[in-house]
Write a protein that binds this ligand. Structure first.
Ligand SMILES: NC(=O)C1=CN([C@@H]2O[C@H](COP(=O)(O)OP(=O)(O)OC[C@H]3O[C@@H](n4cnc5c(N)ncnc54)[C@H](O)[C@@H]3O)[C@@H](O)[C@H]2O)C=CC1
Ligand SMILES: CC(=O)C(=O)O
Length: 374
């Protein structure tokens, strides 16, 4: 199989979908890898690093997209839709629930679109989302701490406080991978930390993990309103896999926050969990202010720490890419239940229920689609 690796084109997206180690794994399995020139530079990999392990460097994005399978990091942008064609395997983050136009393009062109973020193990874990959630969770607190500084428009609060002065209040909504990593960083800085989750068992685990050093709260609008009101830094970290993020923090709640507080809505890639977040921001222009509160809504946070992120992401994506390349998508999906859950669009049908529901489109299970094809 020919595997294509285009250069990422999203604002400040410095990650790349494959490292030289990943190329070596595919080449050892008999596949060809075409890497767009310069695709790895943002993560510290030169063209020569790739050719040394058997990749072909191609001059244009079109050359990289003219492959049997394209591996990317971020969802395709409109400038890339023209490369879609029937039978192309697209393996990348997709986040289709808030993206009707992209969903329609993938359906119309009959792309086999496999989303990293919905590949799911039987225990519920999302192994291809997890490393980027670890990165973004950790970043959320360092970013929030920075924007709390006066020169960035913040209220001038040091999250750890100092002896004799109250600590900063960090409130995290969603106690999964992002939330846990945000809490670790916030505790490390010495802040007071509250984690809100809808899953009481998860709150028990967090209470054990942090040995009672975090305040856990069950998710309901009363608890969210009272926690948000006192937050210096609010981190949005909820997820219902594949679905649009639930809007848990209302505009009225944001109005109750003190001026100069900061919201980092990590869940923006699934549409955002805060009512006053009405746009996706970029690393170039990451914040805007509403009701005196700084809003940060960058959908590709890990792109800023690209070396770490590319290594962490490709550690987990490449083994699945090798399965897809070795067996072809149909057999790979039949053999691997977790991979099957990654299929969002196939043969012009939406094969992920939460995505179909988000767009009011009919749903067909991947098993049904593959059965018809046989
Ligand atoms: N902006 C960015 O650059 C990045 C964004 N993300 C996004 O961050 C979000 C969170 O990801 P993970 O932590 O990996 O997900 P996760 O599945 O590990 O955790 C989500 C948590 O949200 C909780 N939750 C669901 N509904 C809730 C509700 N109504 N109230 C309170 N909690 C609720 C779940 O019980 C779960 O514990 C996802 O949208 C993910 O795609 C991840 C990495 C980078
Ligand atoms: C998960 C995601 O959206 C990212 O890493 O950019």
């Amino acid at each position: 199989m020919i595997v294509g690796i285009p250069k990422e084109i999203k604002n400040n997206e410095n990650r790349v979908a494959i490292t030289p180690a990943g190329v070596a794994a595919l080449v050892q399995n008999g596949h060809s890898v075409r890497v767009e020139t310069g695709a790895g530079l943002g993560s510290g990999f030169t063209n020569e690093d790739y050719t040394a392990v058997g990749a072909e460097i191609v001059a244009t994005a079109a050359d990289a997209w003219a492959a049997d399978m394209v591996m990317k990091v971020k969802e395709p942008l409109p400038a890339e839709y023209g490369y879609f064609r029937e039978g192309l395997i697209l393996f990348t983050y997709l986040h289709l629930a808030p993206e009707p136009e992209l969903t329609r393009e993938l359906l119309d062109k009959k792309v086999i679109a496999i989303a990293y973020e919905t590949i799911q193990l039987d225990n519920g874990a999302l192994p291809l989302l997890m490393p980027m959630s670890e990165v973004a969770g950790r970043m959320s607190v360092q970013i929030g701490a920075q924007f709390l500084e006066k020169q960035y428009g913040g209220k001038g609060v040091l999250l750890g406080g100092v002896p004799g002065v109250p600590k900063g209040e960090v409130v995290v909504i969603g106690g999964g991978i992002v939330g846990t990593n945000a809490a670790k960083m916030a505790l490390g800085l010495g802040a007071n930390v509250t984690i809100i989750d809808v899953n009481a068992d998860r709150l028990r685990q967090l209470d054990d993990l942090f040995q009672g050093r975090v305040q856990t709260l069950i998710s309901n609008s009363f608890n969210i309103a009272s926690a948000v009101k006192k937050a210096d830094l609010l981190v949005g970290a909820v997820l219902i896999p594949g679905a649009r993020a639930p809007r848990l923090v209302t505009e009225a709640m944001v109005k109750e926050m003190t001026p100069g507080s900061v919201i980092v809505d990590v869940a923006i890639d699934q549409g955002g969990s805060i009512e006053t977040i009405d746009r996706i921001t970029t690393h170039d222009n990451p914040t805007y202010e509403k009701h005196g509160v700084i809003h940060y809504a960058v959908a590709n946070m890990p792109g800023a720490v690209a070396r770490t992120s590319t290594l962490a992401l490709t550690n987990v994506t490449v083994p699945y890419a090798v399965q897809l390349a070795n067996k072809g998508y149909a057999q790979a999906i039949r053999d691997n239940h977790a991979l099957a859950k990654g299929v969002n669009v196939i043969d012009g049908k939406v094969a992920y229920k939460a995505v179909a529901d988000a767009h009011n489109l009919p749903y067909a299970s991947v098993e049904e689609v593959l059965l018809v094809k046989n």
